[in-house]
Design a protein around this ligand. Structure first.
Ligand SMILES: [Zn+2]
Ligand SMILES: [Zn+2]
Length: 395
């Protein structure tokens, strides 16, 4: 069944270059058939998720030698995204089965003839969105809307994401190595930085653009992060925790995470954040910067209702085609709402800087680290249990 969100995502995905999207699929299907009949490339294992949250290895043809601007990489540390749980449980209607995973740090194995900035053996962050680095959108920092590839092109979302493969695999093609890959700074552990490819940057992009002006007006200003309002939200809670860490790293003294789950509140407190249940919001003054990272319409309403006059609410996205917002209140308070996807590649260097300086510790959000051979079991536990962040390390 198609959820309204995927219907909306599907509309956006086909707004441009539908032929390019279709051609990729056809090329890939032909290649698979040819490799089955007369294999010319070694096979590899990749994690596939099937309906019902069933996760397992499959054997697929490894990537071909890279095209002139591409690279082939070996994922070293692969992380779950908060979206992987709803994805695997069929709650997003990205069609299953699909090759899972879109966050990793990898080792470069092979580069195409025109690649200038990375060499085999280097460790790199592989941003989850496919971007060329050279089109007008990429050059202005809007890499999430790169025009060299069809809209919403990304790893780990199967056909709907443009069929680029998943990073829970032994090899991965990066089509634009110079445009996409960012070297891992010396001394940074790949396991610590695995989620920089998406969720850590997602925490950053909701905070960094707004916080300096907020703190300039009031150095004690509160950042309020709505994480989960329900008893058992389907999204994992790592990105609100990363956002809280980023806010602290960038100078916010008061960061409050709102979540109904005691375990998530405990985790937030261990990170040095304040954590409250949703009921404690009643009567609380508004905050000049609010984040809705609940992926729910109630969460967005709650964040907007607690945005102070002239404040900003940044929303990570909702699962519905349309939601209600407190428009009258927002008008009266002159609130600004931002809702949209990330331009991840653009913010990776700034996030890596914070990590390299020790000011941001994504590893403190990680709850499970599993070896490659145990990946299917660890991912099943992630999907069916209550795990915040699972990271798989390569063999
Ligand atoms: Zn993601
Ligand atoms: Zn581009």
């Amino acid at each position: 069944m198609l959820s309204p969100m995927s219907a909306a995502a599907g509309t956006a995905a086909l707004e441009r270059d539908a032929a390019g999207r279709r051609d990729r699929l056809v090329r890939d299907a032909r290649d698979r058939l040819a490799q089955r009949r007369r294999p010319t490339r070694p096979r590899m294992r990749a994690l596939v998720v099937r309906p019902g949250g069933r996760v397992g290895f499959v054997s697929v043809p490894g990537p071909p030698s890279p095209a002139p601007r591409a690279a082939v990489v070996r994922p070293l540390a692969m992380a779950t995204c908060d979206m992987d749980r709803p994805l695997a449980l069929g709650r997003t209607s990205f069609p299953l089965p699909l090759q899972l995973g879109h966050e990793c740090v990898a080792e470069v194995l092979e580069v195409g003839a025109e690649v200038a900035t990375v060499r085999p053996g280097e460790r790199v962050v592989v941003p989850f969105q496919i971007s060329c680095g050279g089109c007008a959108a990429c050059l202005s920092g809007r890499t999430g809307n790169c025009t060299a590839v069809p809209p919403i092109s990304m790893y780990g979302f199967g056909v709907a994401g443009g069929h680029w493969g998943g990073v829970f695999s032994e090899r991965l093609t990066v089509p634009f190595a110079d445009g996409m890959l960012v070297g891992l700074p010396d001394g940074v552990d790949p396991v610590a930085a695995a989620s920089v490819a998406d969720t850590v940057c997602d925490g950053y992009r909701h905070v960094a653009p707004h916080l300096p002006a907020v703190l300039a007006r009031d150095p004690d200003a509160e950042v309020l992060i709505v994480a989960g309002l329900g008893r058992r939200p389907v999204f994992s809670p790592s990105s609100p925790l990363y956002a809280g860490q980023v806010a602290r790293a960038l100078g916010a003294r008061r960061v409050t995470v709102v979540d109904r789950r005691p375990a998530v509140r405990d985790h937030a407190e261990r990170l040095g954040l304040t954590a409250i249940p949703p009921a404690d919001l009643r009567g609380r003054p508004g905050a000049p910067l609010t984040l809705d990272m609940s992926a729910s319409s109630r969460g967005l309403w709650t964040a907007l209702a607690h945005t102070a006059p002239d404040g900003v609410c940044s929303c990570a996205g909702v699962l519905h085609r349309g939601v209600r917002i407190p428009a009258g209140l927002m008008f009266a308070r002159n609130a600004t709402l931002h809702l949209g996807r990330a331009h991840t590649r653009t913010v990776v260097p700034a996030v890596l800087d914070l990590v390299a300086r020790g000011e941001l510790r994504p590893q403190d959000v990680t709850t499970t680290v599993a070896a490659w051979e145990d990946a299917p079991a660890a991912l099943r536990e992630h999907v069916l249990g209550d795990v915040t962040k699972t990271i798989v390390t390569a063999a």
